[in-house]
Structures are given as structure tokens and as C-alpha cells.
Design a protein around this ligand. Sequence first.
Ligand code: SAH
Length: 236
Amino acid sequence: MRPTGNVDPAELAKFSQLAHRWWDQEGEFRPLHQINPLRLDWIDGLVPLKGLQVVDIGCGGGILTDAMARKGAQVLGVDLASKSLRVAQLHALEAQTPRVQYREIGAEALAAELPGHFDVVTCMEMLEHVPDPESVVRACAALVKPGGWVFFSTINRNPKSFLYAIVGAEYVLNLLPRGTHAYKKLIRPAELAGFARSNGLELRHARGMGYNPLNRRYALTRDTSVNYLLATQKAP
Ligand code: SAH
């Protein structure tokens, strides 16, 4: 079935084609594997995940979903690419990950079904792949309980991010497949914080994610000019 609504089928096809590679630590998704401990520890440091209800929007192969479940949260991962979800499910089965479930459903449809159900919502590296990112932010805000937290990550839009995240990552260093990111779909932190605020989420923390090509390592920084994460909270 062809997905309809706030989805770009070409984007889903890109990820589906690579679905079998999700858990290859040295493959196309290596950057996600490398940043995973950083984003996981940042989230868990702000909101200890043990015992919480969490939903991961645009979960892909479940790299973060799985890790949050291993921290003790009850986690639902959702995406619209069925192949990726099958890979995520298979991984959970093989790795015997407890407390994790996956479903093929869009953020907006899930928000209509389970409003105010989750303590934490994560939506990482996904907003820059959808036609209407604000609609996803609104759905995330609807999914979280009052006082709960919503975490976003995406890529800033400016000449430096074009140079680093597209030219550098896709064409020079070959960290990501070419065509992974389209410049005009990148989102400035102020735009994302604006979407959040308009939908009842207050910005609490922001971090940048930097890559050092010399030691091939990522680190959390204060520089949000390229990759960045936002922590937002719904009023109690
Ligand atoms: N959040 C994961 C995967 C990021 S890759 C991580 O950070 O590890 C982007 C993911 O967004 C892909 O799995 C893709 O299938 C998904 N995606 C793209 N458009 C979507 C949409 N409209 N609804 C749900 N998921 C979508």
C-alpha cells in the first residue's frame, strides 16, 4: 500500500532500499550508530528513562528505540517504511531486547489514537524527510503527557551546514549516501523551536553534534550550526 498523508514516498524508498543495512555498524547508518550513545545519554541524563512510556517517531531500524528499551523504558517505535520496521523487529528478536514494540503508523495517526499517552517522545533525524515537519511536531506534542518531554534532532540550514552536512558528509567524506539530505528541507533551530512553542512545547535545552574527521568521532557541543538536538517540555 502506498502511504498517504504527511509523507514523501521517495524518502521512504531511500530508507527502504537500505533497510537490510540498519544494524551494520560500519555501513550507511554508521553515523547513527556513532551518535547513538551520545543522544541516548543526553536524553537519559535529562529524563531518566527507566520505567517510562516512550514513543520513537521515525524509528527506522530501531537504533535509538532499542537502546532506550535497554535503559528500562517501555518503547514503541513507529515508522512508515515497512522494511525498516521488519528489520527493527528482527533485531529485537535476535538481541532479545525487552520492552520494545514496533508499528507501521504515522505520527499524526498515532496522536489521534493515543493522545497524552507518553512520558517521552523522540523524533530524531526525521523531520528533514517529511513534507510538513510542523505537523509532525504537533503530533509529538499531542502524544506526550502534560509535563512530559519531546526530543528532536535534525540539521540546521545555513551555508556552513550545506558545506558540512551535505557536501562534506555525502560527497567528500562519504559518511552518508549521496542524496540523503536536501538543503531546502533542513530546519533552523529557531524554526523548530517556533513549531514546538506554537504547539505547547517549551524549549529547555539545545546541543550541537560535531564530527571530527581526524579521529572519526562525534561529540555533543554547544555549537548548533550543523547537526543539533532540542529538548522540549509540555507544560505540566
Ligand atoms: N530516527 C532514527 C532513523 C532516522 S532516518 C534514528 O535516528 O536512528 C529517518 C527515518 O524517518 C527513516 O526510517 C524513514 O523511514 C522515516 N520517515 C521518513 N518519513 C516519514 C514519515 N512521514 N513518517 C514516519 N517516518 C518517516
